[in-house]
Ligand binder design. Structure first.
Ligand SMILES: [Zn+2]
Length: 341
């Protein structure tokens, strides 16, 4: 049977520990401190009783007294820290249930993200899968493999961001086509949305970084008519059933023949307005049948396989869809602007 003083210390510490654990205010903690260490508290009272302790118990009681004080100080410090960290249990009378709740603002999808998501969904329904590629590209993937002549102006350091090691920030999503064709056998049916970079001076229609979505379809007997029907279906899904498209001959290094394609103006329905400069058509982007040289470069036999590629600027589509007249608005992150979508 241990000394009654040791028993008192033990039971007082376990009571104090429980009280401190539930303490939610500094006053409650102070109350416990006074009970134990205050002038009329437990320890000063016990120290007066020490004189009456039998000599053979003195050492054990003295030790219990000292470790008890230390332990109690630790309990006090712990309770204070919990309180400071705000993790103390809240009692009901501290909660004012009549206060209005804190409304968390819901975010908005950025117009660029919306166009990417919607476009990907449309192409997925037509059997395309999403492919991805690096934003830092090799000259080979960004230009050479896409049949871009060595003296093509787009390779100029004034137009393209190069790294010291010769790599570059991709200027288009087309290198993803090359990477996909290098890594798999035909048939191929992919779309590749992503960020691109060009050394353009920012203005209402140019930005140094922008997004494209790229499509590639390689199979047997693919024709320009397939390209037109895919683009037509995309335009109608995105802008409505009355949109028509037209192809105009053009030149791109990696497609032959190449076309630019337009959607009929969604503002005026083709009658002519300011947005379409009275032409009734909105220029969208470029496309074409993949050049046999590109197919050969990735090891596809152009005698067996053919296909088309198309690309378009996401910002261009977003600006038409949401009637945005300056591309820079898309990058300023002004919530007053973004909240409208
Ligand atoms: Zn128009």
């Amino acid at each position: 049977m241990s000394n009654p003083i040791i028993q008192k210390i033990d039971s007082a510490l376990s009571d104090a520990g429980a009280k401190l654990l539930n303490a939610v205010t500094e006053a409650e903690i102070e109350e416990v401190r006074i009970e134990i260490l205050g002038r009329n508290g437990l320890f000063p009272a016990l120290s007066k009783e020490m004189g009456a302790v039998q000599p053979e118990d003195r050492k054990a009681v003295g030790q219990a007294f000292n470790t008890g004080r230390t332990r109690f100080q630790e309990l006090l410090d712990g309770a204070k820290q919990r309180l400071a960290a705000g993790s103390g249990a809240k009692s009901c009378d501290e909660l004012d249930l009549t206060l209005p709740g804190r409304l968390r603002k819901l975010g908005h999808k950025h117009p660029v993200t919306k166009v990417i998501d919607d476009s990907v969904a449309i192409f997925r329904r037509m059997g395309f899968i999403v492919a991805d590629g690096p934003e830092i590209e090799t000259v080979y993937h960004n230009f050479d493999a896409l049949n871009t002549p060595a003296d093509h102006p787009s390779r100029d350091p004034g137009d393209t961001f190069y790294f010291k090691d010769g790599r570059l920030l991709r200027t288009q999503t087309s290198p993803v086509q090359i990477r996909v064709m290098e890594s798999q056998e035909p048939p191929v049916r992919i779309v590749a949305p992503g960020r691109c970079f060009r050394r353009d001076t920012p203005d209402a229609t140019h930005s140094m970084n922008f997004h494209q979505i790229e499509g590639l379809y390689i199979d047997r007997d693919v024709s320009l008519a397939d390209l037109k029907s895919i683009l037509q279906a995309y335009a109608r899904e995105l802008f409505g059933p009355n949109v028509s498209i037209r192809l105009r001959p053009h030149f791109f290094p990696f497609t032959e023949p190449s076309v630019e394609y337009d959607f009929s103006c969604i503002m005026c329905g083709g009658k002519g307005c300011n947005v379409c400069k009275q032409s009734g058509w909105l220029e969208i982007a470029g496309a074409g049948m993949v050049d046999p040289n590109v197919l050969k470069a990735v090891g596809y036999d152009p005698e067996i396989w053919s296909g088309f590629a198309f690309g378009m600027g996401i910002e261009r589509i977003a600006m038409i869809r949401y009637r945005i007249n300056d591309i820079r608005l898309l990058y300023e992150n002004d919530t007053r602007f973004l909240e409208q979508f």
